[in-house]
Design a protein around this ligand. Structure first.
Ligand SMILES: *Cc1c(COP(=O)(O)O)cnc(C)c1O
Length: 424
């Protein structure tokens, strides 16, 4: 089937890897916009009981009519990695596969693999792509647990990593050694929203024969699709914008079929799978991704501008602002800047906490990307247990605030920040 899964599937067509399971290259038709794909891609046109929504196939195992059909399945599966049916829950589930196909289509990728959390996506990917003696390069501004995994876990297996300042492409190039296998980065990074120059990074990687793995949790496929720039693998914490409702944990890896197949086989051994009910919530969340991201982008820019102009705010990091070091790169490569804003209050840590406590709409807590606005001081949340000198070295001051703008009315949020800043 040359067109999209959504447009052409019907109940009579035989199930094939490209359409029956809604995976493979055809789920990623470039012809439809991401908004249409968010609603339809990955879903069969006609489902059991004529349901319009993908059923939650709540089962741990799948049964066979007789021994002959079991043997037939086993023989086929040995040569063909996308089976027409399922065998056991750790190896696949129809609801999970539909969510994976939708994610692949949104990222313009051949395939996507869902895992139990964003961290499971990152750890499984690095474990599989790297072996003893290998080296990789990553950016220092990054999700703290990812850095921890690279600097403590992977070193136990003889895998080393060099961290470089985001935006320093000469440093990336200088860090590459004969045993270097991949370049890993977030974009935008946490918490300073540094954005990658994809053409530049991909050119370096290709010249040195390296794989590129990018965590674009903060951008989502609504704002950037790195695969279209030649990036090999894209990782998302689906927990954040993709699921979008602060109600589940999941992660995904999207990319070419050969790498995701290797990851899928490893997932069957390592075991970090997504359950069918969670996959259903992901499917449901993804349907409104474009609508939500439009609001996150719009409110994000509006609130970032308001904060930048406010006398009680020292500095704002948001790629949509001209003052951000990657404003030009982000404007060239992304179609929106997202809803995460980091800023420093012109005050000390305790006064900053008083501002946060005076906000009535955003809730105080970690995470980001949901419909509810969330606000936090990274020094008291993700870096609570880091020695101050360590976090200060990477810019995590007591006055730093990270705000995830939800989809509440933007004027209500502005009025709330205004009164809270006046109270501190
Ligand atoms: C949250 C986050 C993760 C980890 O994802 P979980 O779903 O919480 O495991 C990884 N990378 C980034 C950029 C994140 O924001």
């Amino acid at each position: 089937m040359a067109t999209t899964a959504a447009a052409t599937q019907n109940a009579d067509a035989p199930a094939t890897p490209a359409d029956g399971n809604c995976r493979g290259p055809n789920a990623a038709s470039p012809r439809l916009s991401n908004q249409t794909k968010a609603v339809h891609a990955g879903e069969k046109r006609f489902l059991s009981h004529d349901s319009v929504t993908v059923p939650i196939v709540q089962t741990s195992t799948y049964t066979f009519d007789d021994t002959a059909s079991l043997i037939n399945y086993m023989e086929e599966h040995m040569f063909w990695d996308v089976p027409e049916r399922e065998e056991y829950g750790r190896y696949g589930n129809p609801t999970v596969r539909a969510a994976e196909a939708k994610l692949a289509a949104l990222d313009s990728a051949e395939d996507s693999l869902l895992l139990s959390s964003g961290m499971a996506a990152i750890t499984t990917t690095l474990f599989i792509l790297l072996s003893q003696g290998d080296h990789f390069v990553m950016t220092e501004d990054c999700y703290r647990r990812t850095r921890g995994f690279c600097n403590t876990f992977l070193t136990r297996f003889g895998i080393t990593c060099t961290t470089v300042t985001p935006g320093d492409y000469d440093a990336i190039e200088a860090a590459i050694r004969p045993e270097t296998k991949l370049l890993f980065s977030e974009s935008p990074t946490n918490p300073f929203l540094r954005c990658l120059d994809y053409p530049r990074l991909v050119e370096i990687a290709q010249r040195h024969g390296l794989r590129t793995v990018i965590d674009t949790t903060f951008a989502t496929p609504s704002n950037v699709r790195p695969i279209e720039y030649g990036v090999d693998l894209v990782i998302h914490s689906v927990t954040k914008y993709l699921a979008g409702h602060n109600d589940l944990l999941a992660g995904c890896v999207t990319g070419s079929f050969d790498i995701t197949t290797a990851l899928r086989q490893s997932q069957g051994i390592l075991g970090a799978v997504t359950d069918p009910h969670c996959a259903y919530l992901i499917l449901r969340g993804l349907k409104t991704l474009g609508l939500r991201m439009r609001q996150h982008n719009e409110s994000g820019l509006c609130i970032a501008r308001f904060l930048e102009d406010h006398p009680r705010i020292r500095r704002v990091w948001y790629p949509g602002l001209e003052s951000h070091p990657d404003h030009d790169v982000a404007s060239r490569t992304m179609s929106g800047f997202g809803g995460v804003i980091s800023f420093e209050v012109e005050a000390d840590g305790p006064t900053t906490s008083r501002f946060i406590d005076a906000c009535n709409i955003p809730r105080i807590g970690p995470s980001l990307g949901g419909v509810e606005s969330l606000i936090e001081q990274p020094a008291l949340v993700s870096h609570f247990d880091s020695p101050p000198e360590d976090r200060l070295a990477i810019g995590i001051t007591d006055e730093l605030v990270r705000l995830s703008v939800g989809i509440e009315d933007c004027d209500d949020l502005l009025a709330d920040f205004d009164q809270a800043l006046a109270k501190m």
